[in-house]
Design a protein around this ligand. Structure first.
Ligand SMILES: Cc1cc2nc3c(=O)[nH]c(=O)nc-3n(C[C@H](O)[C@H](O)[C@H](O)COP(=O)(O)O)c2cc1C
Length: 148
């Protein structure tokens, strides 16, 4: 067993509706749970940024399926690295919608990573993408613990 983290960005198909996204997430979470994959899926301005963590062979097989999925296009690999510990171990998959986030919060997190006001992970470095995801995960944990 050799654990890796993979990050990629893609463009949602124009036909993808919110209900499709909910169904996609539900199926992905179940499959990931069965194969010890964890991660985060960020959706904003018609783009996806996803982190997948798990066994190297399993993550590679999954990524190969994801790349040919017609629900998005232009999959671009940002990072694939061996890791000692997972950053998103809390979630088999978690969807974070940037479009529903309060504008000030979204602006602040976007400006911190890449300096753009609009979500465009095609234009940021792998380090910035990972920092951005870690930051979103942390605020998700904080709001979950506030709600508990
Ligand atoms: C943006 C996006 C993210 C996805 N994330 C996952 C995921 O985390 N886990 C997963 O099993 N499938 C995910 N899928 C679905 C896969 O592409 C694929 O449909 C699924 O693994 C089933 O494989 P199959 O269609 O070859 O049977 C994702 C699809 C898209 C478009």
């Amino acid at each position: 067993m050799h654990t890796i983290r993979l990050l990629y960005v893609s463009t949602a198909a124009s036909t993808l509706a919110y209900q499709d996204l909910v169904a996609l997430l539900r199926a992905a979470t179940q499959r990931n749970e069965a194969s010890d994959i964890t991660g985060l899926l960020v959706y904003g301005s018609g783009l996806f940024l996803q982190a997948l963590e798990g066994d190297r062979a399993v993550v590679n097989r999954l990524y190969n399926r994801i790349v040919v999925d017609a629900r998005h296009t232009d999959c671009t690999l940002l990072l694939a690295e061996s890791i000692e510990r997972r950053a998103f171990a809390d979630w088999s998959m978690k969807l974070i919608g940037l479009d529903d986030m309060p504008t000030a919060k979204r602006r602040a997190v976007l400006l911190r990573y890449g300096g753009a006001q609009h979500f465009n992970p095609y234009n940021i470095s792998a380090g910035q993408a990972l920092g951005f995801l870690r930051d979103l995960a942390e605020s998700e944990r904080q709001s979950a613990s506030r709600a508990a």
